[in-house]
Design a protein around this ligand. Structure first.
Ligand code: GLC
Length: 511
């Protein structure tokens, strides 16, 4: 038995397009990431998740894959991928790659073949259906990005299904050939040495077989568990690899069905990101998460931000207050058993950028007119120097906004008070504590607007994390004398048997 490294791993999401550009084309790339890996090591992450770098027409930022076994030349090459992987491993970082099994790009040779020849076996790799008698789409499903989930193929007279953009036709997972193909793709990357996969849209591969009207009801189906069992068998035939699913559901009991010994090791817990900055709401989310995900074969994940969500500093109110609350929430979640999934830039306290309409790239914007997700995808500011901020020497694919002047790596490394310095302290403290911490979480009595969790240490002490969500200080009673291990804001005042936690902040104590 190998150690389940993923159980408490801190995973850092590298949004490949926006991390570091080595060749001046304004788009991040694998060589840029390789050069910046020491930054991620210094931050204190255990693993990285790389968003898609496969050949793609980039209609959905690379989540429209045209070849699952190669690297888009804009990002590098397979040789460059191998170098990145070797460097990461040499630094002790594990690497998850993104895999997109729900749909391909419409430019994928499989789909081109399916379109070109309706009699070809490839046709059954996708979801083609005839119109209703009045010529309208087969059902009323809506694309996640807006508009109908069906696009008409005039040549054949059929529609094809796409839960996302029309350039992302859905695969037909009721076809065994699709299963076999993806198992082979998994092996391709596992043989290269990747440590695991982040599975895109892991809940929606199977649709209601009758394709009944009623949006989305048919998407989260038990049949998909067979796929995760098959994938798990492949994963388990290698050493020490892991699967984490993007199960975009808010019903934690349901998300819990996707994980376990014969399914995925982990699934993203989006309920955490949905939780407002409120003590009762956090208590409820955390309690439920621990109930569902603390069990053999899986472990909880703690997700505040990613490349699809509004950055949490903004969700929590924005400005210095939003950043302060973000630090408090992060410190609370880092104290719990399980894996925090961090999103690049949150460690700088980045807020959602305001991307002007003419610069937007997200298909959501084009399909629905909603602002879309570009604001959380703007490039990493590495230095204080405009216009490229150390990210690129060329025109960045999405523009920087004013916050890059002050919230950047160079400026924050130089300040003890910065969010980056706080993340480094927190992750270092967590790593040092982890071996001594038991997994069970208890809930000492606490003021209503505080969240206080406690874990026993093997040395017979306890580790307490106390978040005060109120706008003024709160006194939390302790069972003994305490030593402060970390604070997300001003240093708390510790008395015999109590601690005064500053407003909107979290403290870690050894009691
Ligand atoms: C996932 C990705 C998102 C993408 C979508 C379609 O939700 O995280 O960025 O647009 O799947 O692939």
């Amino acid at each position: 038995m190998t150690r389940a490294w993923w159980r408490d791993a801190v995973v850092y999401e590298v949004y490949v397009r926006s991390f570091a550009d080595s060749d001046g084309d304004g788009l991040g790339d694998l060589a840029g990431i390789r050069e910046r890996l020491p930054y991620i090591v210094d931050l204190g992450a255990d693993a990285i998740w790389l968003t898609p770098f496969y050949p793609s027409p980039m209609r959905d930022a690379g989540y429209d894959v045209a070849d699952y076994r190669d690297v888009d030349p804009r990002f590098g090459s397979l040789a460059e991928f191998d170098r990145l992987l070797a460097t990461a491993h040499g630094l002790g970082l594990r690497v998850f790659v993104d895999i997109v099994p729900n749909h391909t790009s419409s430019e994928h040779p499989w789909f081109r073949e399916a379109l070109a020849d309706p009699a070809s076996p490839r046709r059954h790799w996708y979801m083609f259906r005839p119109p209703r008698p009045d010529g309208s789409p087969p059902n009323d499903w809506k694309s996640v990005f807006g508009g109908s989930a069906w696009t008409f193929d005039a040549a054949s007279g059929d529609y094809y299904l796409h839960l996302f953009d029309s350039s992302q036709p859905d695969l037909n997972w009721r076809n065994p050939a699709v299963h076999a193909e993806f198992l082979s793709i998994l092996r391709f990357w596992l043989d290269r040495g990747v440590d695991g996969f982040r599975i895109d849209v892991a809940h929606a591969l199977y649709k209601d077989p009758k394709l009944r009207d009623g949006d989305q009801h048919g998407w989260d189906r038990d049949e998909v568990f067979d796929v995760w069992r098959e994938w798990r068998e492949v994963i388990d035939s290698y050493d020490d690899r892991s699967l984490v699913g993007e199960v975009f559901l808010y019903d934690m009991d349901r998300v819990g069905k996707y994980v376990g010994r014969t399914r995925l090791q982990q699934a993203f817990n989006f309920s955490v990101a949905k939780t407002p900055f409120d003590a009762a709401a956090f208590r409820a989310t955390i309690r439920k998460s621990l109930e569902v995900f603390v069990r053999p074969g899986t472990s909880p994940t703690w997700v505040l931000s990613n490349h699809d969500l509004i950055r949490h500093a903004t969700r929590y109110g924005g400005g210095e207050r939003g950043v302060r609350r973000g630090r408090a929430a992060t410190a609370l979640l880092l104290a719990l058993p399980g894996s925090p999934y961090l999103y690049q830039g949150e460690e700088l306290g980045l807020e959602q950028s305001d991307v002007p309409p003419e610069a937007r790239q997200d298909p959501t914007w084009f399909r629905s007119g909603e602002v879309g997700r570009d604001g959380c995808r703007t490039p990493m500011p590495w230095t204080s120097t405009a216009p490229g901020y150390g990210f690129t020497t060329g025109p960045p694919w999405l523009p920087f906004d004013a916050q890059a002047k002050t919230r950047n790596v160079e400026a924050e490394v130089a300040s003890e008070e910065s969010t980056l310095s706080f993340y480094r302290r927190a992750l270092a403290a967590r790593r040092a504590l982890l071996p001594s911490l038991r997994r069970e979480v208890s809930w000492p009595a606490a003021p209503d607007d505080c969240v206080v969790v406690s874990r026993a240490t093997r040395a017979g002490r306890s580790f307490v994390a106390a978040m005060n969500a109120a706008g003024s200080a709160r006194v939390v009673q302790l069972t003994g004398s305490a030593e402060v291990l970390l604070s997300s804001a001003e240093r708390p005042v510790v008395d015999a048997g109590s601690v005064t936690v500053p407003p909107e902040s979290t403290v870690w104590l050894r009691v």
